[in-house]
Design a protein around this ligand. Structure first.
Ligand code: GTP
Ligand code: MG
Length: 652
């Protein structure tokens, strides 16, 4: 318990700190967002928040900073997140704690609440999901609860923004007035505070909390929730989480999601593409100065081509994230995790690896961070290691560029599907290998609470899409823009003093205006820093069928995967000046489908991007794993691409 002196000190200042604690999936982050107007990620899946986040609001002349924490089931010092939660409490850097509970799960929630109250005097009980409780016909006597607990009790429905003002008032009240203390009956049930640590005492202790929780429920529950309140969820689960049908249904759902990403995205993608092309034309036509000006080229061939080439795929990215968040917010992903545990465990992975892996389809970075919910260190490392094999959103533009350009219509959908499935299959194989060698160890049981199905609000979904689009646009406008400019410079300088074509023309050879221009551009590119680097490295990639341009673009993909697309756009905008057709046509003219396959394999498997390298380093706290992942996957990519290219050549 906090001393009175500390309490005094805190109330004197006008800045207060509050912690949000509670079981996973009880709605802490939703409340955090509603209280502070933030947009942190929520999801209908236990363990969405893996890092604390802070934000604040003002109440009269006070500033209140609130910290959202990862969910925890208890305060026993067993699993890592429970230890973190305990530490957070004992650090005492706060003036009050809000315990958020799912009103439909009272017993476990109250047990947790009582544990917190044992360590902390200024507590607010927030009965969240009040809407669901009402719908189920459950009714609690709030004043009885307040009486028994001696703390403010508030009902909220975070998702619908209900009860937020009352919660704010209750927090202020808890900070200002010391708690009254537990009702003697509860205190007696819990028993004297013992030194936690020895297993026996802990169990005994937990039983005390459970008994006290029962008293709370007995004396405050006016109407019990109807038996059938979860009937709809159960009915859906009877089909969706079925032992036999579950897996095929899951595969069909994933197929539908990717199908939607590609098919619905096509039309808007074409609009943006024509828009970008038009903009390039417009700028060129309106350019007041010399049409050969390097500044114009930087603008059109560097910036508009480079950034535009990436922007084109915004609709697909939005659709992919729409699909992923729908699956998560409805609660389906938790079922899918449960279904796939059987498959994953056969490959040395874990049911808890599922959400991180799926998140990896969006981006490896949040995927790797989400592995924090995996308690077993070996399971976690194996998951992190194979995560970059999940084809991320930044690689989507690459596939959408290469596949339609290099493969006949009938092969495009299977190719796209093959990229995703291929990544998954390879991930499973590598995980199995790792668990048999570096990460040897027995299986760990998989426990995941299945949340009820919930209908996501259109507003939530819309906001998520807006956030996603903004972050994609931000990346295009910063990282991709900067790299595009850099790439343009590297592809333009140094410049040759004269061109072979001109010498030939002077000697009497005849070329059309357009041919000559094209040859000059090609020669300039070859002479540039990028051309030289590509030429220097090209022999190493010759067994993969790469030309110098592909080599440099693949290197660029290490900075950020989208850069591959920017770089191809820039190189072909510069190098083939005046030649007709869009980028796809140019790729078709230059590369065979077999080179396409080799390229796709190399980009799917190899060189996880710089940011992935950094996050793996951070999350594993070792450079060894980061470099092992980077080097191992790149070497494997090289071997597989070489194999595919050469076997293919023998066969064709
Ligand atoms: N019906 C209803 N749903 C809610 C309410 N509050 C949150 N939810 C939903 O419950 C799910 C979990 O919400 P989160 O805010 O992510 O929960 P959390 O406690 O932060 O979860 P973790 O970070 O995983 O510990 C989401 O699908 C929310 O939309 C509520 O008051 N009513
Ligand atoms: Mg959360």
């Amino acid at each position: 318990m906090k001393t009175t002196a500390a309490h005094q000190r805190h109330t004197d200042s006008l800045h207060h700190r509050v912690l949000l604690m509670g079981n996973p999936n009880s709605g802490k982050t939703s409340l955090f967002n509603a209280l502070t107007g933030s947009r942190q990620r929520v999801g209908n899946y236990p363990g969405v928040t893996v890092e604390w986040r802070e934000s604040e609001w003002r109440h009269d002349d006070q500033r209140i900073t609130i910290r959202d924490l990862p969910g925890t089931y208890s305060l026993s010092p067993y699993s890592p997140e429970e230890v973190i939660a305990r530490k957070e409490l004992t650090a005492g850097q706060h003036d009050a704690v809000v315990v958020v509970v799912d009103s439909m799960i009272l017993r476990r929630s109250f047990t947790f609440l009582l544990q917190v109250m044992q360590m902390e005097s200024s507590v607010v009980l927030c009965l969240n999901m009040a809407d669901e409780a009402h719908r189920a016909g459950q009714e609690l006597d709030r004043s009885a609860l307040q009486e028994l607990l001696g703390i403010p009790v508030v009902e909220t429905s975070a998702k619908h923004g209900k009860g937020i003002d009352e919660l704010k008032a209750a927090i202020t009240a808890a900070i200002e007035t010391p708690a009254k203390g537990l009702h003697p009956d509860l205190a007696r049930a819990i028993g004297p505070l013992r030194i936690v640590g020895e297993e026996e005492t802990v169990t005994e202790h937990m039983m005390g909390y459970a008994a006290a929780a029962d008293i709370l429920i007995e004396r405050s529950l006016i109407h019990v929730a109807r038996e059938d309140h979860r009937r709809i969820s159960d009915r859906i689960d009877a089909v969706v989480a079925h032992r036999v049908w579950g897996l095929p249904i899951f595969l069909a759902v994933m197929y539908a999601m990717f199908w939607m990403t590609f098919t619905l995205g096509e039309a808007p993608m074409n609009w943006i593409e024509s828009g970008v092309a038009m903009l390039g034309g417009l700028v060129t036509n309106l350019w007041p100065g010399d049409p050969g000006s390097p500044l114009l080229s930087l603008l059109v061939d560097g910036i508009i081509a480079g950034v535009g080439g990436v922007l084109v795929f915004l609709p697909n990215i939005i659709l992919l994230f729409l699909g992923l968040s729908l699956l998560e917010d409805t609660g389906y992903l938790a079922r899918a995790a449960y279904i796939s545990d059987r498959v994953l465990s056969r490959f040395g992975l874990h049911g808890k690896s599922f959400l991180p892996l799926i998140t990896g389809f969006g981006c490896s970075i949040p995927g790797i961070m989400a592995t924090r919910t995996i308690e077993n260190e070996r399971d976690r490392l194996a998951t992190i290691f194979v995560l970059p094999l999940m084809s991320c959103g930044a690689r989507l533009p690459i596939w959408l560029l290469l596949i339609p350009a290099l493969f006949p219509k009938s092969l495009q959908a299977p190719m796209m599907w093959g990229v995703y499935v291929g990544g998954i299959v390879l991930a499973m194989g590598i995980a199995l290998l790792l668990r048999g060698t570096l990460l040897k160890g027995g299986p760990t049981p998989f426990l995941l609470e299945l949340p009820p199905y919930r209908l996501p609000t259109p507003r939530d979904i819309l906001l998520r899409m807006v956030d996603r689009s903004l972050s994609y646009l931000r990346k295009a406008g910063t990282v991709i823009l900067a790299i595009s400019i850099l790439l343009w410079i590297l592809a333009n300088y140094p410049q040759p003093n004269g061109y072979t074509v001109d010498t030939e023309i002077a000697a009497g050879a005849t070329y059309s205006q357009q041919e000559a221009q094209g040859l000059r551009a090609a020669e300039a590119l070859e002479y540039s820093a990028m051309g030289r680097l590509g030429k220097f490295l090209q022999p190493a990639f010759a067994p993969l069928g790469f030309d110098a341009r592909l080599v440099t673009a693949s290197l660029g993909a290490f900075a950020a995967k989208e850069v591959f697309v920017s770089q191809m756009s820039i190189v072909y905008a510069l190098g083939e000046e005046g030649s007709p057709g869009d980028l796809g046509d140019k790729l078709r003219a230059n590369y065979s489908p077999l080179v396409g396959v080799s390229m796709i394999i190399f980009l799917l498997v190899g060189t996880p991007c710089m940011a992935t390298l950094a996050i793996t380093r951070r999350e594993t706290a070792s450079w060894k794993w980061a470099w092992l992942q980077f080097g191992g996957l790149t070497a494997l990519a090289y071997l597989l691409a070489m194999l595919a290219f050469n076997v293919g050549r023998l066969l064709t």
